[in-house]
Design a protein around this ligand. Structure first.
Ligand SMILES: Cc1cn([C@@H]2O[C@H](COP(=O)(O)OP(=O)(O)OP(=O)(O)O)[C@@H](O)[C@H]2O)c(=O)[nH]c1=O
Length: 652
């Protein structure tokens, strides 16, 4: 069974996890689910003796947790989420149920019971589909449980107390956390490990598959609430009308109270119809819908960056929404919504203590982080966003839209660039290069070159990596005078080597510094064909003749749609001498990039005798998934041209 598409079924729904457990949040977000966290206020005080089995208790508690959140959200906002997930994990020794210890003595009592024995861990899960009709909340509950058996080693009193004093047991059922220090107590696990940690992911996916790819919608139950105040409107929560196959909420009315249907095993008629109809419907276009909405996610990210939200949370988190709003001097409601969307996008975590940064946010979206991408986010928001709003015009009218977006003519553009705009651009390039420069510098063996010139090398990040990687290489960073002047401010981090020099100049007008390797990183897409041809010709004639004549040109480049441009690039590539060696596996990536009958050359022998640059290492993991990055690394950016050709050259 393929599980990922099942999680994708919830992608475009407002999903709420009714749990404060950070473990559940982590398991589900690792699985790619986007959700909001709203911890349940349901008191876990059901009468245990009234349940025939421990798992029945866990399932009922999970259901009540989820229903409490659904009801509360509906009452508060007059709308409920699409899906609420509740879970409850218990440890059972025979018929005895152990929940979270109330204090150390309680933890000791629990761990002593588990010591040297086998016990069961049950997690009950409830998936509640919500729908509002005439101001009333309708819910359909699907529930299940998972059992895992765990055996503890024989543990000494001393060890037990040491463990208890670590503080770990206090927020965990049975008084231990198998995923952390508690793992040392465990001799054997039989069943789903994640079930012990707090959420049976595998069973959950199977349950989703059962619900979203029926044939038989068993196990769904309806619970109705008629104490909810009436509202005028509510969006149709169901995707089924639009051709989706998700289980839509029932349109039926019903008497109040839980279990109104009496028959617990049958799905309601409307759901049946929706599910049966699904068979004839096309697959849910998840990827397409992601494209439809992708710009919103970007804007959320940019807005949070602009407000320095992640800086505030880094220094003072976790924080409640009102406190964040106060620190940002922003509206409380709006801030809360922004925070919650950031949680759904995986940029923040939310617990009962408030919002805090995720690991990736801490690494890349905090201003003073070593690998901060804040500069790139700010530049994309302030400049690229506006440029892309003119894509339609660019298609109709041709190039030049970037200047239009800036409100300047082509001639005025460089003159009118304010110092702040230049700095903003440099910050963007600097932050991106910090991530990629090492990969670029080490992708190929460039050790036979003694001099390199990074044209448009900006703050010199790639130059620094090249110099570090190749001890015999002299590197020149060539860029506009105003860029060179400002680049000094970016040199704080590393020691400047004497093998790097910064030369101001315009690569269209001034003499190019002599070098036997020219690097054009994110340059080509910026210019129209005539200027590009001029630039490449200048580089070509500046190249040392010996090299120019003896090195091969990648066959690949002559088969592209951008044939004219490839011809121009020929000379440059003679110096770079990159061509796809047979070991270069993911040819499919290049097919993505070069539509049409493109087959990269896989002939190893360079026709003109000179040794090409060798591929030094495999691409960093994950890179082949993104053709853009793939080529970024392996063509030293030269081929960026082809991917970005389609929209960038129209815009710039
Ligand atoms: C056995 C075991 C349990 N847990 C945690 O124990 C809590 C159970 O309590 P709950 O009542 O089900 O959940 P909660 O934490 O109170 O959250 P909520 O869903 O809001 O009630 C959950 O956290 C689980 O991860 C671990 O982290 N590791 C383990 O090995």
């Amino acid at each position: 069974m393929v599980l990922c598409p099942v999680i994708g079924k919830l992608q475009h729904k407002h999903v709420v996890l009714a749990s404060a457990s950070p473990r559940r949040q982590e398991i589900l977000s690792n699985a790619g689910l986007r959700f909001e966290v709203v911890p349940s206020r349901f008191k876990e005080k059901l009468h245990k003796a009234s349940f025939a089995t421990p798992y029945a208790y866990a399932v009922e508690t999970a259901k009540q947790k989820a229903l409490e959140v659904a009801g509360r959200m509906h009452q508060k906002d007059l709308r409920a989420p699409d899906v609420v997930i509740g879970a409850d994990t218990i440890v059972a020794v025979g018929a005895t149920i152990l929940e979270k210890p109330v204090d150390k003595q309680d933890a000791y009592r629990m761990l002593s019971r588990l010591n040297g024995k086998e016990h069961s861990v049950f997690t009950g899960v409830a998936i509640v589909h919500c729908c509002s009709k005439d101001g009333r909340l309708d819910t359909e509950v699907s529930e299940f449980y998972e059992e895992t058996t765990v055996t503890f080693s024989e543990l000494s009193e001393e060890l037990l107390w040491e463990y208890i004093n670590s503080g770990e047991p206090m927020d965990k059922a049975g008084g231990y956390g198998i995923q952390a220090l508690g793992g040392m107590l465990v001799e054997n696990v039989h069943g789903d490990f994640l079930n012990v940690v707090g959420f049976p992911l595998n069973h959950f996916c199977k349950e989703l598959a059962r619900l979203y790819y029926p044939p038989r919608p068993e196990g769904l139950r309806r619970v109705k609430h008629d104490s909810i105040p009436a509202v005028d409107t509510f969006e149709n929560l169901s995707d089924t009308e639009g051709g989706g196959s998700d289980p839509g909420p029932s349109a039926e009315g019903g008497r109040g109270g839980e279990e109104a249907d009496g028959d617990r095993s049958q799905a309601p008629g409307a759901l049946d119809a929706a599910l049966n109809g699904a068979e004839s419907r096309p697959p849910f276009p998840t990827g397409l819908l992601e494209l439809m909405d992708g710009f919103k996610a970007s804007k959320v990210l940019f807005t949070a960056c602009k407000l320095k939200l992640f800086d505030v949370l880094k220094d003072q988190g976790p924080l409640k929404a009102v406190d964040v709003a106060r620190k940002l001097d922003a509206c409380a409601g709006g801030t809360e919504q922004l925070l919650d969307v950031c949680v759904a996008l995986g940029l923040l975590e939310k617990t009962h203590r408030g919002y805090s940064n995720t690991a990736v946010t801490t690494l890349h979206l905090v201003s003073d982080a070593e690998h901060s991408l804040l500069g790139l986010a700010e530049y994309n928001d302030a400049h690229v966003w506006g440029v892309f709003t003119r894509l339609g015009l660019a298609v109709r009218e041709g190039a030049g839209q970037a200047r239009g977006a800036l409100g300047v003519t082509e001639e005025e553009e460089h003159l009118s660039q304010s110092r702040e705009m230049t700095l903003q651009f440099m910050r963007a390039m600097h932050s991106l290069s910090k991530l990629t420069a090492h990969h670029v510098a080490t992708a190929f063996d460039l050790s036979r070159f003694t001099s390199a010139c990074d044209l448009g090398g900006c703050t010199g990040i790639l130059a620094r990596e090249l110099a570090r990687e190749y001890p015999h290489l002299q590197v020149t960073v060539f860029d506009l005078p105003e860029v060179i002047e400002l680049s000094g401010g970016f040199q704080r981090g590393g020691r400047q080597t004497e093998r790097i020099r910064f030369v101001p100049g315009d690569f269209f007008k001034d003499n190019l510094p002599e070098a036997d390797l020219y690097v054009l990183s994110r340059i080509l897409q910026d210019w129209p064909d005539d200027r590009l041809h001029k630039l490449l010709s200048r580089i070509s004639s500046g190249c040392k003749p010996a090299l120019r004549k003896t090195t091969p040109v990648p066959d690949l480049l002559f088969r592209t749609k951008a044939r004219a441009r490839a011809e121009s690039m020929r000379a440059v590539l003679q110096e770079v001498t990159v061509w796809p060696p047979p070991s270069w596996g993911p040819v499919s990536c290049s097919r993505d990039l070069f539509p049409g009958p493109v087959r990269p050359s896989t002939t190893a022998a360079p026709p003109l005798g000179s040794e090409p640059c060798k591929l030094r290492r495999a691409p960093p993991s994950g890179v082949p998934k993104r053709p853009f990055l793939f080529f970024f690394f392996f063509y030293l950016n030269l081929c960026i041209l082809f991917l970005e050709y389609s929209c960038f050259t129209m815009l710039y």
